[in-house]
Design a protein around this ligand. Sequence first.
Ligand code: ADP
Ligand code: MG
Length: 337
Amino acid sequence: MIKVLDQNTINKIAAGEVIEKPSSVIKELVENSIDSGATAITVEVKGSGLSFLRVTDNGSGIKKDEVKLAFLRHATSKLVTVEDLLSISSLGFRGEALASIASVAQVEMITKTADDVTGLRYQIHGGREISSEEIGAPGGTTIIVRNLFYNTPARKKFMKTDLTEISYIYDLMCRICMSHPKISFKFISNGTDKLFTSGNGKLRDIIYHIYGRDITSNLLEINAENDYMKISGYIARPCISRGNRSFEGYYVNHRYIKSAVLTKAIEDAFRTFVMIHKFPFTEINFQVRPDLLDVNVHPTKMELKFANSQDIYSFTYNAIRETLLFKELIPDVAPGK
Ligand code: ADP
Ligand code: MG
């Protein structure tokens, strides 16, 4: 007999694609906080994050009568028409994250907009509303996710050790910090501060905080701009290199994504500077005209396609090449000092 699946089952299936582990929940929640215009975002986890994680922001908040809607599948405030898909500037747009997370965990949201006097505390467990009540709250949104995958035991079996899950979250938070230097982030794991950025807009300060002095003292600033893209950030002198790609960081329109074209442009530009099988350190922000990119290739939005990939390649390659050729030759300290 053919039957149409109920919404809760559909949400659970979708959650299987997007919500793989605690760090995927944090990615979605923090991206929502960023989209809400927050200037300060705090992430706290206990254990591996499965039993407890909390994301607090000082962003727009959600109107009381829209909170329920936010947890519905395909409910989004960010995408209005199909045409909008072509010019997306917010991180989210599918309206799937909250519905997916709420279908596989016990979720509590406290949210208040600037215009409202009181906020709302809303609880939803396994896709079922538990409570909804008015409550005094600061402006912004707090989401607590408890007992992730409590109703999908098969998924829970795939979790790694607490330490490994925390390292995924830490790496994610580092990338988010570096792609949003103007937002102040705090990451607390089991009561200990793991990461803090001031939000002063200086990427260099964040690189120093995460990677330390050795790398920071070998940075070359990169800046280039044409009519469809802008490149800014840092590359390290070729003396700083690694045996794998884990130091090749770059972001497109503030998203941490993978792009075969950008990876190739970066590695080709460094080719004659680093030894074979070595990879450079980069933290580059690319700002590309939104109509030139397609981020809609996979729900986790990790792989990106460009309309004009050859142009993107050449411009990036040349910008890095010039930085290496000209800045590398200028020593930090003038001779004789
Ligand atoms: P999407 O981000 O793709 O729109 P989500 O399921 O992640 O979908 O979120 C649904 C909606 O809930 C968002 O479009 C937004 O309007 C609202 N929302 C979610 N998190 C926040 C937040 N931290 N602050 C303000 N609004 C939020
Ligand atoms: Mg979202």
